[in-house]
Structures are given as structure tokens and as C-alpha cells.
Design a protein around this ligand. Structure first.
Ligand SMILES: [Ca+2]
Length: 262
């Protein structure tokens, strides 16, 4: 089988060759066509070599040009959408691709989330042991220990009541046409937009509506939200979600660098 070397991280069956390439610093940030599974087609992804390197970007919001509230919702989030050209282009890599990336090795992956508000201030969050189930389990989310300076919003916030209703740990993926959330009276994706691992409903929604300002109001808290930093009624300017194998973890991994220029 033809194997394409993957500069973002180490495929376990090709790690020796890749380690050689990486150690020569022959890789730079950019889009690469990767193939984490030999029985699936290759696809484009942005490899971010900043912050210690080896990050595969699975989601990016930067300008509001891409519609994250899709017409074909479940299947768009399953297969991925967006633009894969410029370093700030917006996209969702696709739940199948993300699952395949995470499942390709035997080791745990880390998730790093870079955020920026409308004053240009940056925060980040890192979660160890990031996992995504397959479609049969509706891409159920799992993650471990938090570190960073954006707050542990994925776990639902600071108090137990918030965590019960808003923690995203263990949640399945919901879109407005496929409801797997814990909100019995409705569909969180219909109210809060995009597709996400909604509970009843959320403390984070990086696929929410892109407001071209920070504070917003409306009938639902449907912005690009990271609640432990700016609350539910502030929509962030920039987000990027990226993953890598623990092979790359080093002391430089937490600087929040993300090549933002706009
Ligand atoms: Ca529901």
C-alpha cells in the first residue's frame, strides 16, 4: 500500500522515517495531504509546527466567512467542510477524519484549543487523552486533565450544577437534524447553532454563530463561546482546535502561538 508521510504527528507504522524527517526540521506549517488509514482516501489538513510542533488543526474560526450552521448538518460535520488554502481559512475537518486521526495509534492524543478575543488577547486550553468515538456511537467525546489559562470550560464550568448540565465530557455529537443531546425539550444545535457535543446545552460552542463583535445578545446564547473566559454572551474572534500525539509534548507547548495575522 502507498503510505503518505504525515508531518503533523507520528503514524505508529511510520514513526522511524518521520522522526528522521522531523529531526532535520524539514517540515513547516501548512496544508498537507494525509492518509491516516490505508483503506480511506487521503485528505487535506493544516499542520501547525508552532508551539513545539506536530499539531493537526481540526477546526478553525477566524473571519466568519464559512457557514458553520450547515444545511446538510450531520453529514457536513461527519465529512468536513470549509476552505483549505490560507493559514487562517475556516474549516471543520470532519468527525470521520478526526476519529481516524485519533484512532490511528495506540497512544493518547492531546487537544489544544487556541482562542482570541476582539481585543487581540489570547488564551489556550489543553486536554490530555482526547478521544472521539465512531459514528455508531455518534462521535462521543472524551477528554482528560485540563491545563491552560482559558479555564476548563469543556468540563462545564466551576460548580457542580453547571457541570451537570453543561459538561461536554462523554457527550455525543448533535446537529439540528440529529439530536443526541440531554436537553429533552428540544435540540441544542437548533438553539445554539452549528454541531457540537451538546449536553443541556453547553459551556463551549466553538462552532456557534460568528458575531463580528464580542458581546452579543439574542434569544439564545449561540455565539462562538468559551464560557470560563468571557461568559456565554461573548462571541470570540478566533478559535483553533488541534491535536497531536504525546510524542510531541514539551515545555514549549503552552504558548498559544497560532500564526494569527488578520
Ligand atoms: Ca434533545
Amino acid at each position: 500500500a502507498t503510505m503518505i508521510i504525515f508531518p503533523c504527528s507520528v503514524p505508529f507504522y511510520f514513526s522511524v522515517v518521520f522522526y528522521f524527517l522531523y529531526s532535520r526540521k524539514s517540515t513547516t506549517s501548512g496544508y498537507y495531504r494525509i492518509r491516516p488509514r490505508a483503506d480511506r482516501e487521503p485528505f487535506l489538513v493544516f499542520c501547525d509546527m508552532s508551539g513545539g510542533g506536530g499539531w493537526t488543526v481540526i477546526q478553525r474560526r477566524s473571519n466568519g466567512k464559512e457557514n458553520f450552521n450547515r444545511w446538510v448538518k450531520w453529514d457536513d460535520y461527519k465529512l468536513g467542510f470549509g476552505k483549505f488554502q490560507g493559514k487562517n481559512d475556516e474549516y471543520w475537518l470532519g468527525n470521520d477524519h478526526i476519529h481516524d486521526l485519533l484512532a490511528r495509534g495506540l497512544r493518547e492524543n492531546s487537544l489544544k484549543i487556541d482562542l482570541m478575543d476582539w481585543h487581540g488577547e489570547r488564551r489556550y486550553a489543553i486536554y490530555e487523552n482526547f478521544q472521539l468515538a465512531n459514528e455508531q456511537d455518534n462521535y462521543r467525546l472524551w477528554f482528560g486533565t485540563y491545563s491552560g489559562n482559558a479555564g476548563d470550560a469543556l468540563s462545564g464550568g466551576s460548580n457542580f450544577e453547571d457541570q451537570w448540565s453543561a459538561s461536554h465530557r462523554g457527550m455525543q455529537f448533535t446537529t439540528s437534524d440529529k439530536d443526541h443531546d440531554r436537553f429533552l425539550a428540544g435540540n441544542c444545535a437548533s438553539e445554539n447553532k452549528g454541531g457540537w457535543w451538546f449536553n443541556r446545552c453547553h459551556a463551549v460552542n466553538l462552532n456557534g454563530r460568528y458575531y463580528k463583535r464580542g458581546k452579543y445578545d439574542g434569544s439564545h446564547d449561540d455565539g462562538l463561546v468559551w464560557s470560563t473566559w468571557h461568559g456565554m454572551w461573548y462571541s470570540l474572534k478566533y478559535s483553533a482546535m488541534k491535536i497531536r500525539a504525546p510524542f510531541f509534548i514539551d515545555s514549549e507547548s503552552g504558548d498559544g502561538e497560532n500564526s494569527q495575522t488578520s
